[in-house]
Design a protein. Sequence first.
Length: 539
Amino acid sequence: MKHLKGIPVSKGISLGFAVVYLKRKIEVNNSKDSVPIEEKKKILEKALEKTKEEIQLTYENLKKSNPKEAEIFEAHLLVLEDPTLQEKINKYLESQYNLPYAVKSAFEEFIEALQNLQSEYMKERAQDLYDILDSLLRNILNVPKVDLSNLPPQSIVVAEDLTPSDTASLDRKNVLGFITERGGPTSHTAILAEAVGIPAVVGVEELFESIHDGDELIIDGTNGDVFVNPTEETKKQYTNLKKEKEEEEKLLKEKAKEFAYTKGGKRIEVAANIGSLKDVDKALEMGAEGVGLYRTEFLFLDRDTPPTEEEQFEAYKIVAERFKPHPVIIRTLDIGGDKQIPYLNLEKELNPFLGVRAIRLCLKEKDLFKTQLRAILRASAFGNVLIMYPMIAIKDEIIEANKVLNEVKEDLRRENIPFNENIKVGIMVEIPSAALNAEELVDYVDFFSIGTNDLTQYIYASDRTNENLSYLYRPLDSPILKLIKFTVDASHMKGKWTGVCGELAGDPEAIPILVNLGVDELSMSPSKIPEAKRIIRSI
Ligand code: PEP
Ligand code: MG
């Protein structure tokens, strides 16, 4: 048995089996060998067939739901049959290079030739070829493919890190936990684990040296412990602990259906952070009194074109209807930073977290913004919908965003499309300048919601995705608490309210402090709601 330690980011205990999700490139060396060329060709032939089958399967799966994206996979099949590519591979094989090297070198020459073409489209497709190369090498070397959207039962995913698009495609039914080498407490792995309600431990050193595919694992997301191939005694101990915790949770969940009042009689609204429709059931089951943060950018990930107005409208409408009469705060797109969307063809930035992110991007790409605002406004006719702009730094951004909103409202009126004329509009306070200037910004909004994840990263100048800087994730230290107090007071002076929707809102240690600072609403991962309500009732 091996015992590993990491940063605990999503509580709970799971016992399961490791699924190692390696995104790293397969290592290939340039040695020559004496394996007869005919034998190498046979292996290649088999690997090509397997790769084609995999591509064909993806194509079939996508054909109905996303025909445009499916076409790309159809093109991948043609690449594998390209005679120029075959010739290049043969050339390397004839010089006695090992098969993986011959394939890799041939592909790289082929890709380079494509990249030299002038067309942007062809250049983009050249990037796709690296994916085909990876699959082919994997099949030559018999490295199994891990498809996060189709996992075996009782999987505990072991990965370097999970990207937002990995998490969007995840098979939630069969995953029992995450263990990653990278990432901090506010990483996407952490946020997703909490949304699904499964344990996660991040920042585990020497992960891939210690855990192999199929190893039996215990993960304790409350304390950050991971046991590899545990002894029977440890298994028994953790099975009992898990049972105890589950019983406590059950009781808490029953109480969570009711509103939470402090001992002094103040009601604190407890809402859910959601990223997609998949989170709605869990949020309602856990006692969410609405949605305090709907991260709409997840609708835009893992696809080749932006969702249409209709697709967005449907998604927002369902959430509005399911939570009615409770509020649903729809945050407009927060793209940029660590959430990149290749099809938007955005300029590469040296510092994406300090770049054209969120509202900055929407104010540049007005059509994208308008489509989303139209969809949100239309959904507002079906429930209690509010709009929230992310990453506001100065009041001019609110003024400009509201100008676009008013244009969209005018269009809808002209088209006789119903929407809530009195829809409330708020901002995320997640950039220090916004918090420090809350007294001025409050006149332009109906509410504030403090994003402590970004506020902490920007106050301490420390990248929230970098596990080496997790010691600077100090949202309960005085610099952040001062800004929270300042923001809350500014809103109350004008009869408005302030919520917190960063990870801090669901932190048991933070809840009494936030309530005492006067915060009116807390929005968090659904799985944290029952415990949060218990704490509020004890204050
Ligand atoms: C935040 O920054 O605290 C927040 C809630 O937004 P996100 O984590 O989506 O950036
Ligand atoms: Mg944020």
